[in-house]
Design a protein. Structure first.
Length: 474
């Protein structure tokens, strides 16, 4: 039996943020993840928006953690070396009759403590974003809004946690949690674990994990959102994140640049019961493009290079559940983490660590490593930096992914760094190899070959995303 002070269930952005914060203290910590890699669930398929914080109901955990997470993001990006840009956001109003709703959103944001909010009139709005619909009569402007790479953020948090002593167990699905006198016994994968504290950050499966140990049941409803991603040639179609006035289902279909230079539109919001239901649909993608065009007419449909879908973990109460279960001491839920969960993640880590300290007192490590270096990118480097990269590692001269200018050197780094990639998708999320216009049509074979060589495996053993997703079959 493997024994820990704290076990975190789930290696998405929330679980990884919690693990990173816990790694700063003298606890023995592990993360159990059912997938073959970190960032395989909700965290891999979202808008990548760092929300300003005007939308959440005042007094909720969402409101407080959104504001704090937004404030932490810029410094964290500097420490952990992941892409982040404070590009600002706009909420469009298309009818003068809805001007009152825009004003209420402004007042809500001010009550939440969001700085710099103001309402733009039509002329200033169109001067700021000339490709917006001429039907927009006004907009709420939030200069503190931003965009981030969700894969980059999650990987940075998880890698830094690992370097600071957290043990990650992948392909380790939790099947049984049993309350014992001094903690919990867990059966996961082929292992048995014991932990004094368990933190449930299992995304859309957080209800299943919680309901194993508590009589106070709750329910997570997967809310599917579909997206369209556009080529980088139209990545500057808008410079701000453009929302529409929110509804009961969320913030609606947005149009935004990404930190990597693409244009993104989505998501839809459809409640489903299937917790692995991430298929895209013709109806859903048509809705994305139709509603996106309300904000930005003449969206360049011919420049869509891929579509994808993700699931948001919606809990019936509407707020995050971040607390110790009343009837299961030492069991802490981090559940119902839907939008703005990505923004909140660093603050969720802090919040959970404070709860844990009440259960197991701890002191901060003197040797905590707060910084992490990401994978040096040939595409982002200037001429002199490229020369230096090639001189230090000749593999940086071997371009594997032409669309995104990803080299063999970057792929090798992705494989051999802490919590390194073992699948094609793992390489893609860490390096962007396969995320360009041809969508891995050119580079996948070479990437699979490199993975097999570096991992000491047969090519037939390499998968797209773990499990049965092999490339070669008899």
């Amino acid at each position: 039996m493997k024994r820990y002070d704290i076990i975190v269930i789930g290696a998405g952005v929330s679980g990884s943020a919690v693990a990173r914060e816990l790694s700063a203290y003298d606890w023995k910590v592990a993360v159990l993840e059912k997938a073959s890699d970190i960032c395989e669930g909700t965290s891999k398929a979202n808008s990548g928006i760092v929300h300003a914080g005007y939308d959440a109901k005042p007094g909720t955990k969402k409101a407080a953690l959104n504001l704090r997470g937004n404030a932490l993001m810029e410094n964290l990006a500097g420490q952990l070396d992941f892409p982040f840009r404070r590009n600002g956001s706009l909420v469009l109003c298309f009818d003068i009759k809805d001007r009152e709703k825009l004003q209420k959103l402004l007042e809500r944001g001010q009550e939440n403590g969001v700085e710099g909010l103001r309402i733009l009139e039509r002329e200033e709005l169109l001067e700021m974003e000339p490709n917006l619909s001429d039907k927009a009569v006004a907009a709420l402007y939030a200069p503190t809004g931003g965009i981030v790479c969700p894969f980059g953020l999650t990987a940075a948090l998880a890698e830094n946690a690992s370097v600071n002593g957290v043990d990650f167990y992948l392909n380790t699905k939790v099947e049984v949690i049993e309350k014992q006198k001094e903690g919990y016994r867990l059966e996961a994968g082929a292992e048995t674990f014991f932990s004094r504290v368990v933190i449930n950050a299992a995304g859309v499966y957080a209800d299943s994990i919680h309901n194993m140990v508590s009589e106070r049941k709750f329910h997570i409803l997967p809310r599917k959102g579909e997206y369209c991603l556009f080529d980088k040639t139209v990545g500057d179609y808008v410079s701000h994140t453009v929302f529409q006035l929110p509804t009961e289902y969320g913030k609606g279909v947005l149009v935004t640049p990404t930190v990597h230079g693409n244009l993104l539109a989505g998501p839809t919001a459809v409640d489903i019961e299937e917790k692995e239901g991430v298929n895209t649909t013709g109806i859903g993608l048509e809705e994305v493009l139709k509603k996106g065009a309300l904000s930005v007419p003449f969206l360049p449909m011919g420049k869509v290079i891929t579509s994808f879908a993700g699931l948001r973990a919606h809990e019936d109460g509407g707020d995050f559940i971040i607390e110790e279960a009343e009837d299961a001491k030492g069991f802490i839920d981090v559940a119902g983490i839907e939008s703005p969960g990505l923004t909140c993640a660093p603050a969720i880590g802090e919040y959970v660590a404070e709860i844990v300290k009440e259960i197991i007192p701890a002191v901060r490590k003197q040797d905590f490593i707060a910084k992490r270096q990401g994978i040096p990118s040939m595409a982002a480097a200037d001429k002199e930096e490229r020369k230096k990269l090639v001189k230090e590692n000749p593999a940086y001269a071997n371009v594997v992914c032409r669309c995104e200018l990803v080299t063999e050197g970057e792929i090798l780094n992705a494989i051999h760094r802490p919590l390194g990639a073992t699948t094609l998708d793992g390489v893609k999320r860490r390096t962007r190899a396969g995320m360009g216009r041809c969508q891995a049509g050119f580079c996948s074979a070479k990437t699979v070959e490199i993975l097999a060589r570096e991992l000491g495996k047969d090519i037939g053993e390499i998968t797209k995303a773990g499990g049965e997703s092999v490339f070669l079959v008899d």
